[in-house]
Ligand binder design. Structure first.
Ligand code: G3H
Ligand code: 13P
Ligand code: NA
Ligand code: ZN
Length: 331
C-alpha cells in the first residue's frame, strides 16, 4: 500500500534503521526495487527526478507505480519527487499520486544557481503548507551539494558552478538547520556534508576531510527528532566499475560513499539515503557484458533481464546494509 515519507521515516527512527531511496525511470528499475523489497521484507521509497518524469511520461510513471503497489500488497511504498525545483513541480507530483515531495530550495528554480537562505525558507514553507494540506510529506535541503576536494558546488545537471565555493557553503550549518526546520516544518532534511551526485565523488577513499560525517552528528544532536537525508550516497563499488571497464566501458577510477559511513549516519539520525548511480552502473555493467558475450543478440529482453537482476541485487544489499530488512511486515 502507499504510505507517506513521514510515516516510513518515523518507523525507521523508532526502530533504528535507514531506508534507501532508489530512483526510477522505467519498468525494469521499478520491478528490481520491488523484487528486492519483497525478498527481504523491506519498505520502499521510490523516487522520480524531473528528468525521470519527462523521460517516462507522468501518466506512464503514475500507472507503473499503481501496478507495482498492486503487485506487492504487503510492501509499503512511498512515491517521492526527487529534487523538486519549485511549487509547480511538487503540486503536479501530488496530482499524480506521489505521497512525498522534495522541495530543493538550496538552488533557485532554474536548478543551477545557489539560492539564498531566505528564498529557501520561503519556498519550502509554502510547499509544506500545500503538501501537508494534501496529506503529503516534504523533504527540504539546506546547504549546497558539492565536493570538498575541489570546492565545486553542484547544479542539478551535474555541472559545477562558476567559481569555487568555500567549505561553509558546502557544509550545512547546524544552527541554521535548527532555524530552517522550525521555520519550514519539513518532515525530513537533506544536508550537505561533502557528497555529490554521480560516479565521481572522491579521488580516493574518503576520510573525514572530504566526507564530513561529524556535521551529521552535530545536526542530529541539535535536531534529534528531524529525519536526516543523505544525497549522493552511492558507494560506487569497485566490482561495478570493473565490470563496466572489462566489457568495453571507460570509467576512470573513482570512489563513492563507503557503506560503513552511511551506517554511521544511520546511527545519528540519517533515515533516507538516496541511491541512483550504483543502480545505473549495475544495469550498464550487465548490459555491456551480455552484449559483448553475445554480439548477435538483438532482443532487448536478453539484456534488460540481467540488467534488472543486477539492480535487484544492489537494492537488496542496501536494504540489508541499512537494517531495513524484516521491517515491512512490522509497519
Ligand atoms: O539527483 C540526481 C538523481 O540521480 C537523478 O538524476 O536528474 O539525471 O534523473 P537525473
Ligand atoms: P547518487 O548519484 O550518489 O546515486 O545520488 C543520487 C541522489 O542523491 C538522488 O537525489
Ligand atoms: Na529526494
Ligand atoms: Zn540528490
Amino acid at each position: 500500500a502507499r504510505i507517506t515519507l513521514r510515516q516510513l521515516l518515523d518507523h525507521a527512527a523508532e526502530n533504528d534503521y535507514g531506508l534507501p531511496a532508489f530512483n526510477i525511470n522505467n519498468m525494469e528499475q521499478g520491478l528490481a526495487i520491488m523484487e528486492a523489497a519483497e525478498a527481504c521484507d523491506a519498505p520502499v521509497i521510490i523516487q522520480a527526478s524531473r528528468g525521470a518524469r519527462s523521460y517516462a511520461n507522468d501518466v506512464v510513471l503514475a500507472r507503473l507505480i499503481d501496478a507495482l503497489v498492486e503487485l506487492y500488497p504487503n510492501i509499503p511504498v512511498c512515491m517521492h519527487q526527487d529534487h523538486g525545483n519549485g511549487p509547480a513541480t511538487c503540486a503536479t507530483a501530488i496530482q499524480y499520486g506521489f505521497t512525498s515531495v522534495m522541495m530543493d530550495g538550496s538552488l533557485k528554480e532554474d536548478a543551477k544557481t545557489p539560492a539564498d537562505y531566505d528564498y529557501n525558507v520561503d519556498v519550502t514553507r509554502r510547499v509544506v503548507q500545500m503538501a501537508h494540506s494534501c496529506g503529503v510529506s516534504v523533504e527540504g535541503e539546506l546547504g549546497v551539494l558539492g565536493s570538498l576536494e575541489t570546492g565545486m558546488g553542484e547544479a542539478e545537471d551535474g555541472h559545477g558552478f562558476e567559481g569555487k565555493l568555500d567549505h561553509s557553503a558546502l557544509l550545512t550549518d547546524p544552527d541554521q538547520a535548527v532555524e530552517f526546520v522550525r521555520e519550514t516544518k519539513v518532515d525530513a532534511l537533506a544536508i550537505a556534508m561533502g557528497t555529490s551526485h554521480g560516479a565521481y565523488k572522491f579521488s580516493r577513499k574518503p576520510d573525514g576531510d572530504v566526507l564530513a560525517m561529524n556535521v551529521i552528528e552535530e545536526i542530529h544532536r541539535r535536531l534529534p527528532n528531524t529525519h536526516l537525508v543523505m544525497h549522493g550516497s552511492s558507494s560506487v563499488p569497485q566490482d561495478l566499475q570493473d565490470i563496466i571497464n572489462e566489457f568495453g566501458g571507460q570509467m576512470p577510477q573513482t570512489w563513492g560513499v563507503p557503506v560503513e559511513e552511511i551506517q554511521r549516519g544511520i546511527k545519528h539520525g540519517v533515515r533516507k539515503i538516496n541511491i541512483d548511480t550504483d543502480n545505473r552502473m549495475a544495469m550498464t555493467g550487465a548490459i555491456r557484458k551480455l552484449l559483448m558475450e553475445k554480439p548477435g543478440e538483438f532482443d532487448p529482453r536478453a539484456y534488460l533481464k540481467p540488467a534488472k537482476e543486477a539492480m535487484r541485487k544492489v537494492c537488496e544489499q542496501r536494504f540489508r546494509e541499512f537494517w531495513a530488512d524484516g521491517q515491512a511486515s512490522k509497519i
